[in-house]
Design a protein. Structure first.
Length: 573
């Protein structure tokens, strides 16, 4: 004789045994206590959350001979017969396989008959599968049933149930269980049934159950049969993170590991699409996401980072794969190609890929824009000098052949790196300029102005006022005008270090010393009054000569030239 499954053995038989549905229990128990039970109920929710079990408990409550505080006794003839499935007071019908109009007519005829108990309860499972004629045949009886008849309609997809039927029922929604509550229930089942299973296996069983009690107990039963352990499985989050990070290697590794664990490529593709649907719903209609609270928060964060366009495009591409995979000679190869296409969007030029890239750029600009600060505008920069040019059309990026590109974006905060110097298209060669790896200290010192010019204005102004003292063993020593200048510049080391690492291929450290700044040096060269007195040599008057006569004109002559025809009058005469 086959052993009874755990989910049947531990099926709730009283309201107080129902897990995670306190709102449903409260509504039904109060209705029974106050003799205000409805004529028709609609139970909706994910699979394995107790819809059919609750309908059976309600049937026992409506016919129990020793009812107490809205709970069935479980010992009278009515309760026992309902538990074993031999009661004439309860009729269960699977609407998925009995969805025709003839089936509904037969049900209506049975509703008119009498029964031994006080009420006759009709339980219709998966009621959204009924055909339109069957719904029409049921509608009138559902609206005005006999006094002793109660209908309980159960469905996992209430949106497919016609509005006319929903309006004639009391709609109670069932929820998936929180992870901790589900784990406590599993631990109780393990202790009560004396099962041997490890704590790590219990955690994986709860994760596999996904908030469904029935799915969790089925996974628990399989784990116990496998020796108390659960086989390692690749999480679908690996694929989502690969989409977000645009990492094709991570996606291919996840496919390889899943196939190694026995996953079928088609079934794996369906699971990925199903997971992407949860991301899509969390963006568009969060109330439709049927996931535990902890898992729903993770999915919502992934959806936000991935973006709506990327999610829709991934669903479309993988949906096409599901159609083609039936005739493909190698289903795994088709899946891998599609995943590479989704994770390397820079190589795609279709409209969906371009829209996704634009969405990511816009999201970055909006996230980093300070709405209270001034509008940042692009600056035209001379890559040879690192100085801003005046006049001309402003451009955010200036690229000179055989020179490093200079980024002038000011939309990112100082703590983040500026526009990367890699993979910028060269106008002359129409190729990408790759960063030079393995530069020597002298070459790093030579390219220092390019690094400074590529920073945002504040960083560029701070480091432009410094002189390079030396560059040795991967350490650049900069001379700053004061300690305050050094403290302010130290706040932007991350951006400078990242740019140095990009062009040199190695980590460069910065060291500051207080010394003469570049600005002071230039001002001394252009202003004689600022020349140090210690180096000023005295003038020997014996070496001077008088200017030749006739080379200078008197002030009166200069005035006469400036005002021709005028006369100079001497008031003293």
């Amino acid at each position: 004789m086959a052993t009874q499954s755990l989910y049947r053995r531990y099926r709730p038989r009283r309201f107080d045994e129902l897990k995670g549905q306190d709102h449903v229990v409260r509504a039904l128990r109060n209705a029974v206590i106050n003799n205000r039970e409805g004529q028709a109920y609609l139970f909706s929710g994910p699979r394995g959350t107790g819809k059919t079990s609750t309908a059976r408990i309600l049937a026992k409550v409506l016919n129990c001979e020793n009812l107490k505080d809205g709970e069935p006794c479980g010992k009278c003839n009515s309760c026992v017969s309902i538990d074993v499935g031999s009661s004439y007071d309860v009729l269960e019908l699977d609407a998925a396989s009995n969805n025709g109009v003839d089936n509904m007519r037969d049900l209506i005829e049975r509703a008119a008959l009498g029964n031994p108990g006080r009420h006759r309860v009709f339980i219709l499972d998966e009621v959204h599968m009924l055909s339109k004629p069957a719904e029409a045949a049921l509608l009138k009886t559902l609206e005005e049933p006999p006094e002793h008849v109660v209908f309980v309609l159960a469905t996992t997809d209430p949106q497919k149930v016609s509005e006319t039927i929903r309006s004639r029922t009391q709609h109670l929604q069932f929820h998936l269980l929180p992870m901790q509550e589900l784990k406590d229930h599993v631990n109780w089942v393990v202790a009560d049934a004396k099962l041997v299973i490890s704590a790590d296996a219990i955690d994986r069983v709860v994760k596999l159950g996904g908030g469904s009690v029935r799915d969790t107990l089925s996974a628990l039963e399989l784990a116990v049969a496998s020796g108390g352990e659960v086989d390692e499985q690749i999480s679908l989050d690996e694929f989502i993170e690969a989409f977000i990070d645009h990492d094709p290697g991570r996606a291919l590794a996840a496919v390889g590991a899943s196939v190694q664990f026995g996953a079928d490529p088609r079934a794996l593709t369906e699971d990925i699409v199903r997971n992407l649907r949860d991301l899509f719903l969390s963006l568009m209609a969060p109330e439709l996401v049927q996931l535990p609270k902890e898992r729903a928060e993770i999915v919502s964060d992934q959806a936000r980072r991935m973006g709506a366009s990327s999610v829709v495009r991934a669903i479309e591409v993988l949906g096409e794969v599901l159609i083609e995979i039936r005739h493909a000679p190698d289903a795994r190869l088709l899946l891998e190609v599609s995943l590479v296409k989704l994770t390397r969007q820079n190589s795609n030029t279709d409209i969906a890929a371009l829209m996704s890239r634009i969405e990511r750029l816009e999201a970055g600009v909006v996230a980093n824009r300070d709405p209270t600060g001034p509008m940042t505008r692009p600056v035209l920069v001379d890559p040879n000098t690192g100085r801003a040019k005046l006049g001309g059309r402003a451009t955010p990026l200036v690229v000179v052949p055989n020179a490093a590109p200079v980024a002038a974006s000011t939309s990112k905060p100082a703590s983040e790196p500026t526009i990367t110097l890699a993979s910028v298209p060269d106008v002359a060669t129409n190729q990408k300029l790759e960063p030079t790896a393995g530069l020597s200290d002298d070459e790093v010192k030579r390219r220092w102005p390019e690094v400074v010019a590529a920073q945002k204005p504040m960083v560029r102004a701070l480091f432009s006022a410094m002189n390079i003292v030396e560059c040795r063993d991967g350490v650049i020593t900069l001379s700053a005008p004061s300690d305050v200048h050094i403290a302010k510049s130290s706040e932007h080391l991350e951006a400078i270090s990242l740019s140095l690492k990009t062009i040199s291929g190695k980590q460069i450290k910065l060291n500051f010393v207080v010394g003469e700044s570049k600005r002071n040096r230039n001002s001394k060269q252009n202003s004689p009054e600022l020349i140090d007195e210690e180096i000023e040599e005295p003038v020997d008057l014996s070496e001077t000569t008088k200017a030749p006569k006739g080379t200078r004109s008197s002030p009166i002559d200069e005035l006469a030239k400036a005002f021709p025809g005028s006369r100079i009058i001497d008031d003293k005469k």
